[in-house]
Design a binder for this molecule. Structure first.
Ligand SMILES: [Zn+2]
Length: 252
């Protein structure tokens, strides 16, 4: 039997799809093919035009798609890193989209704290993953970041901006990643006894992509709400300021 096209499989984690069964060049053919959904969705959303901090989320979806194709096509550890490190950066991009909207991510100090903190967190997690080559390091890092991202919806500066549109984006984002996580786990746990479940990983790609798109649309919505608040504030300022200043001066 000839050696695999991309060399011996050395990924820290593999999936259920039979290797090199559909193509002699692509290890997991359908998992690789379905990864194009991230690129298509990211590109389609970017083409609509948006603030660069929102666009970073759509751009990272494209990067994740490229990494996912490379990983599933080769099942080599180096290509696995090209998939999984961008997944961590994707969550950072989702948080970047909330800059100047959430109190803890606002102002020069807040932005600096977030950017330095997230860069250090991703660097440490990646270094530990490469050194120990333990898949759980990536899974735990990614899960914690997703949970933090979800928690930001309940921060006071987000809560006071809850609108039906924002809540819909949140529900669809959490629904997408939540349903995706369920089919991901099902594929992993059922694979040994029922190898035919391998297409469930394709469902993970589609569902997590939907979650990613709505996580970014959430930021678009949040930024629009903050922009409207800023416009109203600026409109009120000239009329209100002299009276307030006067009242303040008289009282004290
Ligand atoms: Zn995948």
């Amino acid at each position: 039997m000839p050696p695999p096209f991309w060399g011996a499989i050395d990924a820290a984690h593999t999936f259920c799809e039979p290797k090199y069964a559909t193509s002699t060049v692509v290890a997991e053919f359908f998992n690789a093919l379905s990864s194009f959904v991230y690129m298509a969705a990211g590109a389609a959303m970017l083409c609509r035009g948006c603030h660069w901090k929102v666009g970073a989320g759509y751009a990272m979806l494209i990067v994740v798609g490229v990494g996912s194709v490379l990983f599933h096509a080769t099942m080599r550890f180096t290509m696995e890193l090209c998939d999984e490190v961008p997944m961590l950066l994707l969550i950072i991009a989702f948080l970047l989209g909330k800059e100047d909207c959430l109190d803890c991510l606002s102002g020069p100090a807040g932005r600096r704290r977030f950017r330095v903190g997230s860069a250090v967190a991703v660097a440490l997690s990646t270094a530990a993953y490469i050194h120990f080559k333990v898949y759980q390091i990536f899974v735990i890092s990614f899960t914690l970041m997703v949970l933090f991202l979800i928690a930001t919806h309940f921060f006071p500066s987000a809560r006071r901006r809850w609108t039906p549109a924002l809540q819909t984006c949140f529900a669809r984002a959490v629904g997408g990643i939540g349903a995706g996580k369920l089919v991901w786990e099902a594929e992993q746990r059922l694979c040994a006894a029922h190898p035919g479940v391998w297409p469930l990983h394709i469902a993970w790609h589609v569902l997590s992509c939907i979650g990613g798109v709505y996580a970014t649309k959430y930021n678009e919505e949040l930024r629009a709400i903050v922009a409207i608040e800023g416009t109203k504030e600026a409109g009120r300022e000239p009329r209100r300021s002299p009276r307030l200043v006067g009242a303040h001066t008289k009282r004290h």
